[in-house]
Structure formats: structure tokens, C-alpha cells
Write a protein that binds this ligand. Structure first.
Ligand SMILES: Nc1ncnc2c1ncn2[C@@H]1O[C@H](COP(=O)(O)OP(=O)(O)O)[C@@H](O)[C@H]1O
Ligand SMILES: O=P(O)(O)OC[C@H](O)CO
Length: 494
């Protein structure tokens, strides 16, 4: 009889469900894209019911492949982080769409917090910078802008959750309202040293404590789902980047991964003590298992693979994401063209809410291949900016970068990344590290895998990319990139 873990990977643009077996092999995958809602410039929303229905239908699709006699022994959840959902405790209905992590509508609330000199307080307690990215200001916005929401929240009738919480609520049919530490620490409401909701932060952001989910570790049984014919424990939950760090088995201090999905998210495992960044990175909880807490430094880049989607969907330069490779290969270099993909502002280490997308350096000879190349290169330059900040904070040089996510399939991009970083880039055989990480957390909780050492044996390299660029060329690219970033900054601040 074969046994599997069912992993939910609820991403920004699609929901996925995967079956993972004991060898860490993916036995089945289903994926469904869902609607991106842009009600105003800079706003990004999802329909929470569609998040759930797309996730459920993917789960049903892979469950249908489980042979008679075989069994799913646990569910692991991983999710797009920071996205905020508020729903009615009694009816389970959302009172507003999910406000997505990319949404910039609360930039003004953040400016006011900065004017009140709250940055240091917020950083000390939450490890975060003041930015519209995080959930806290999004919850505040919903409470202040949806009719009667403040009154209902004060009466205890509303609950808040990130997407993990929302899925857990649905899976348990409203019986469990909980989250995990890795998602909690992205809300700007959680104290990463005390490992508890922070009263001062709740007060600053005007969020009533009664709305908040119970906070648990990343690997334990949160509840049971009866939706798939028999009772299955939900035993692992983690934000997608934290799950990817674990899925990449970056379990030693100093190990770094970069996930090239919609955005790019670099995380460095910094061990059992939090390092407060001096270089505008985030201090975040990597994961908690039992009483053991691991911290990480994170650099969040808002536009990664999404730039390729923009070339495809808005400019129509390519028909599928993979076509970007052949288009970019039509030219031997960027021809002096630089694209700063600040479509939703710039994240780490710049944190400019008002930066906007910019293309610079075009001449009469510039063509669509140069733009495609500049778009891909921008992913590598943004990564380099974060790595430089990470090295400064950690006081050490990066030894290697482990990569995963949809865009890491692009060999030219990975080679350019290695050239620009002057560091080896290592790609594993299984690129679904996010879902795998969630499966590992769930499997460890129920004894499907006995130890991290056992799981480490499952990680296998696919390919290594080593630097092959002169220092002069690298310095030239980085200098022009930095000039281009300066031009993109502050554009929308009027
Ligand atoms: N060959 C490629 N080169 C560059 N980017 C790619 C390529 N193939 C896919 N992508 C990008 O990868 C992203 C999808 O990766 P994925 O890890 O599934 O993202 P997410 O989990 O954020 O939805 C998309 O933004 C897509 O444009
Ligand atoms: O949907 P992804 O994979 O781009 O991840 C989104 C991040 O969790 C946002 O912080």
C-alpha cells in the first residue's frame, strides 16, 4: 500500500495540489489559475472563494489519482504570504476581497507611520520594514472601509487570516482558526522574539486581538479534514518562501535559497537567533518545529517571473513564458537597454513604494529581443542587490545560491545570475521545493519521515552554474543597473 502527503501550494497566480511520496517524488500535480482583480491603479485583489474553489478542485483532481488501497496520510499547506482576508465568524463569508501582498493602497498609512517615527519600534518587534506589503495595514484598511466592519470586529464577529488560515478554516469546515509562525510574522502584528501577537503593534495598526488566529508551529496537527472521503490530519503549514527554504534543505546557518516565482524571494538561514538587518532586509522566522525556532534574513523582490508574464500578457512579445528564452537569445547582449521592473514599487533593499517600471538606454537599434533580455537580466540584478545586503548583514560571503521556482528553469538566466553574483548557482532536480517543504513539515509531524537527516538524503542536484564573466563586464552591468534604479525611484510620488 502506497502512502502520500497531499500538499497545497496556494500561490499568487495559481493554486496547485501535489501528491508527494516517501522518496520525496511528486506522484501527481494539478494546477488552476485564478482571476487577478485590479480595481484601481496599484490595487490587487483575489476572490477568497475562488482561492478556495481552485485549491479544492486541484486537490480533488489529484485525490482521484490515488489508487484503491493507497492512502493520503496528511495534508501540508503552503501559501502566498501577507495577503489578508477578513471573514464573518458565523457565516464564514469574506466581508471583502483578499487584499494581495502586491497591493499598494495602504502606502499612505505606511507614510503616516513613518512620520510618527514608528519604524524602529516596528522593526524591533516584528523584524519588518514599514511597507504596504505586509498584512497589518491591509486589515486596517478593510476595517475602516467596509460598512460596519469596525463595529462587527469590536463585537468579536469578524476574523482575520492569511491564506493558510483561510484554507485551514475551509478544510476543517470552520472548526479551526489558526495560523503558523511563518505566516504570523509577515502580518506586522507579531512579535518575533516573544513569539506572540504584540499588543503595541495591534494598537498602532488598530486591529482587535479577538480577530486573530491562534499561532502554532510549522509542523503539528492543526485539525482534520473530512472533505476527501476519510479523515486526514492537516499537519504542516508554512508561508511559501519558508517552505521553500526547508524544501531546499537549507537547514544550516548561512545557507541561502532564491525562489524565482511571481516575485523572487531570497532567504538566508541565520540559526536560532534573529539578526536585525542594518541593510533593509527583513528579519523573519524561518520555521518552528517543536520548541526549536530558526530565524532567517529575507530579501523580497516583488517582480520576478511576473516580468515575463508582463512581456507575454501586456506587450504580447511572446505567447508563452518559455518563449522568452528564444527571444532573448536573438541578441548577444542587452545592447545597453535596462528594465527596472518597479511595477508595484521596489521591495528589498530599496523599499520604494513610489518607484515605477522604467526602460532606459534605448536607441534606434533596440528591438524586442533587447527588451526581453533586459527583463530577464533585471531578475538577476535585483537578486544581486539583495545578496549584497545579506552579505553585509551576515558578515560573510555567499558560498552558493540554491535556486528553485518556475523561472529557475531558464538556463541562460541562471548562468547570468551566477556571472553577476560571481557565485555558484545550484538547481535541484525537484523545482517544486515550496510544496515539497510543506509536505516535509506535515510528514515529520506524523512520523511519515522520521528526521531531517532522512529528508536531506532526498535532496538531489540537477545542475550547477559557475561564474564565467570578467570583473570589468560585471562592474559595468551593475553600475548601469544602479543608475537605472535611481531613475525609477519616487516616480509615482505626487
Ligand atoms: N523559461 C522561463 N524563463 C523565465 N521565466 C519563466 C520561464 N518559465 C516560467 N517563467 C515564469 O515563472 C513564473 C511561474 O513560476 P511559479 O514558481 O509557478 O510561480 P508562483 O508560485 O509565484 O505562481 C511565472 O511568472 C513565469 O512567467
Ligand atoms: O506566489 P509567490 O510564489 O510569488 O509568493 C508570494 C510571496 O509569498 C509573497 O510574499
Amino acid at each position: 500500500m502506497a502512502e502520500f502527503i497531499l500538499a497545497f501550494d496556494q500561490g499568487t497566480t495559481s493554486s496547485r495540489a501535489l501528491l508527494v511520496d516517501q522518496k520525496g517524488t511528486i506522484a501527481a500535480v494539478a494546477q488552476k489559475e485564478f482571476k487577478q482583480i485590479y480595481p484601481q491603479q496599484g490595487w490587487v485583489e483575489h476572490d477568497p472563494m475562488e482561492i478556495w474553489s481552485s485549491q479544492l478542485s486541484c486537490a480533488q483532481e489529484v485525490m482521484a489519482t490515488v489508487a484503491a488501497g493507497d492512502k493520503v496520510v496528511a495534508i501540508g499547506i503552503t501559501n502566498q504570504r501577507e495577503t489578508a482576508i477578513v471573514w464573518d465568524r458565523q457565516t464564514g463569508k469574506p466581508i471583502y476581497n483578499a487584499i494581495v501582498w502586491q497591493d499598494r493602497r495602504t502606502a499612505g498609512i505606511c507614510d503616516r507611520m513613518k512620520d510618527q517615527n514608528l519604524e524602529a519600534t516596528i522593526r524591533e518587534s516584528s523584524g519588518l520594514v514599514v511597507d504596504a506589503y505586509f498584512s497589518g495595514t491591509k486589515v486596517q484598511w478593510i476595517l475602516d472601509n467596509v460598512d460596519d466592519a469596525r463595529e462587527k470586529a469590536a463585537a468579536g464577529d469578524l476574523v482575520f487570516g492569511t491564506v493558510d488560515s483561510w484554507l485551514l478554516w475551509q478544510l476543517t469546515e470552520g472548526r479551526v482558526h489558526a495560523t503558523d509562525v511563518s505566516n504570523a510574522c509577515r502580518t506586522m502584528l507579531f512579535n518575533i522574539k516573544d513569539m506572540a501577537w504584540d499588543d503595541q503593534l495591534l494598537d498602532i495598526l488598530k486591529v482587535p486581538k479577538s480577530m486573530l488566529p491562534e499561532v502554532k508551529s510549522n509542523s503539528e496537527t492543526y485539525g482534520f479534514s473530512k472533505l476527501f472521503g476519510y479523515e486526514i490530519p492537516i499537519a504542516g503549514m508554512a508561508g511559501d518562501q519558508h517552505a521553500a527554504l526547508f524544501g531546499q534543505m537549507c537547514t544550516e546557518k548561512g545557507m541561502v535559497k532564491n525562489t524565482y516565482g511571481t516575485g523572487c524571494f531570497l532567504m538566508m538561514n541565520t540559526g536560532p537567533k534573529p539578526i536585525l538587518s542594518q541593510n533593509k532586509l527583513l528579519t523573519t522566522i524561518a520555521w518552528q518545529r517543536g520548541d526549536e525556532v530558526n530565524y532567517a534574513l529575507e530579501g523580497s523582490i516583488f517582480m520576478g517571473g511576473a516580468i515575463v508574464q508582463w512581456l507575454r500578457d501586456e506587450l504580447g512579445l511572446i505567447k508563452s513564458s518559455s518563449e522568452v528564452e528564444t527571444l532573448a537569445e536573438q541578441v548577444t547582449d542587452n545592447g545597453g537597454v535596462y528594465l527596472v521592473p518597479a511595477f508595484v514599487g521596489l521591495g528589498a533593499p530599496h523599499w520604494d513604494q513610489y518607484a515605477r517600471g522604467t526602460i532606459l538606454g534605448m536607441t534606434r537599434g533596440s528591438n524586442k529581443a533587447h527588451i526581453a533580455r533586459a527583463a530577464l537580466e533585471s531578475i538577476a540584478y535585483q537578486t544581486k542587490d539583495v545578496v549584497a545586503a545579506m552579505e553585509a548583514d551576515a558578515g560573510m560571503k555567499l558560498r552558493q545560491l540554491r535556486v528553485d521556482g518556475g523561472a529557475s528553469i531558464n538556463n541562460n538566466l541562471m548562468q547570468f545570475q551566477s556571472d553577476i553574483l560571481k557565485t555558484d548557482v545550484i538547481r535541484p532536480q525537484v523545482l517544486e521545493t515550496t510544496a515539497i517543504g510543506a509536505a516535509y513539515f506535515a510528514g515529520l509531524a506524523i512520523g511519515f519521515w522520521k528526521s531531517v537527516a532522512e529528508i536531506k538524503e532526498l535532496w538531489q542536484e540537477d545542475r550547477q552554474f559557475s561564474p564565467d564573466m570578467s570583473d570589468d563586464a560585471r562592474n559595468h552591468y551593475l553600475q548601469k543597473w544602479s543608475q537605472a534604479v535611481s531613475c525609477a525611484k519616487g516616480w509615482a510620488k505626487t
